[in-house]
Design a protein around this ligand. Structure first.
Ligand code: SAM
Ligand code: SF4
Length: 335
């Protein structure tokens, strides 16, 4: 391998500078679109990366150009040694961020601040206590809602991730946007995506176009401001004139952002996934444990990355359940 070769560049010229690391396969919520009703087959504990292994693998990615790491899961904060993982990763020259359901995040405010975590994405799919309970199968609405307000008060950049499901929470789109009136948060509406066991079908998805329809029917044209999207941004960003926060739409299904994709994913059991939708994985952990170099496997995985959505490059293909079930459930990938 030549020294100057960028092993994180794929055959479409995309440089992968962003690594999402799943810390755990377990969660303290059971969101229906993420966790199958019957649960998931968890990896044996001995197959889950230790904090040293997470650090060793991350360090290699950083050496090759990764400058952003997001910790996710499952619920990353329920990992017992979360603090240690964070402290180790904070020694690397990267921007660290986290995606959490925020149920217990109030206990981690100092740890997050000390380790320079500024950007926090929190999942919240309903502003209604009963609906929250229905979708997450847990009665934790008050904790999550109050913790979102706490994070804002403590000065974090907070994005709220809302997976829209037709007939369930699409009637709350405007309530969520109005939530940004007084709070400087960004609500991101996510198109419901298909994963193993989540009973996806196209009719349950609320598309980008449908969200904008709701928005245009509720606010005047002059008040809907299109914001500039950051490079490699997966969302189309907007705000309502005079509102403190903003909103965005992540349209992985109807309008994917694969052309500018810079992401790789490392699962909690040490498998590299070159795409959220890809069914193939590269086992970095076994190589690491055997004392073998992991760079060739990383390079190979990046080189075989397909142009769009792990090969599901049309809505027709996405609609074929036999293709989704080759992939994992979202809870064990790390969104
Ligand atoms: N537990 C954390 C949380 O909920 O934020 C982190 C892990 S969760 C898998 C990461 C993100 O994936 C969440 O924002 C969740 O809404 C999103 N997600 C899970 N399943 C999804 C699906 N089927 N379609 C779209 N987004 C999904
Ligand atoms: Fe847990 Fe997050 Fe999945 Fe909900 S979306 S079940 S909070 S991992």
């Amino acid at each position: 391998m030549s020294k100057n070769k960028n092993i994180l560049q794929d055959t479409f010229g995309r440089d992968h500078t962003y690594l999402r690391i799943s810390l755990i396969e377990c969660c303290n919520l059971r969101c229906t679109y993420c966790m199958p009703e019957e649960g998931v087959q968890l990896s044996p504990k001995s197959h889950i990366m230790t904090y040293e292994e997470i650090y060793d693998i991350a360090k290699i990615f950083v050496k090759h150009g990764v400058n952003k790491i997001r910790l996710t899961g499952g619920e990353p904060l329920v990992r017992k040694d979360f603090k240690v993982v964070l402290e180790k990763l904070a020694t690397l020259p990267v921007e660290l961020s986290i995606t959490s359901n925020a149920v217990i995040i109030d206990r981690f405010i100092d740890v997050l601040k000390t380790n320079n975590v500024k950007n926090i994405n929190v999942s919240l799919d309903s502003l209604n206590r009963e609906k929250f309970k229905h979708i997450t199968r847990r009665a934790e609405f008050d904790k999550v809602y109050n913790n979102i307000l706490l994070l804002v008060k403590e000065g974090f950049n907070v994005k709220v991730n809302t997976v829209l499901i037709n007939g369930f929470n699409d009637n709350e789109i405007i309530d969520f946007i109005n939530f940004t009136k007084e709070h400087p948060i960004s609500v991101r509406f996510i198109e419901f995506m298909p994963f193993d066991g989540n009973k996806w079908d196209m009719s349950k998805m609320v598309s980008y176009a449908e969200v904008m329809n709701y928005v245009e029917n509720s606010f005047s044209k002059e008040d809907i401001i299109r914001l500039a999207d950051a490079p490699n941004d997966t969302s189309k960003n907007y705000k309502i004139k005079g509102y403190k926060g903003s909103f965005a739409i992540i349209s992985s299904v109807t309008n994917p952002f694969c052309d500018s994709c810079n992401r790789l994913r490392l699962t909690a059991n040490g498998q590299l996934k070159n795409c959220l939708f890809s069914s193939t994985e590269s086992d970095l952990l076994t190589l690491l444990r055997a004392g073998r170099p992991i760079e060739p496997a990383i390079e190979k995985a990046v080189k075989v990355k397909l142009k769009m959505r792990g090969g599901m490059d049309s809505l027709k293909k996405l609609e074929k359940p036999e293709l989704h079930t080759k992939n994992r459930s979202m809870i064990t990938i790390g969104g």
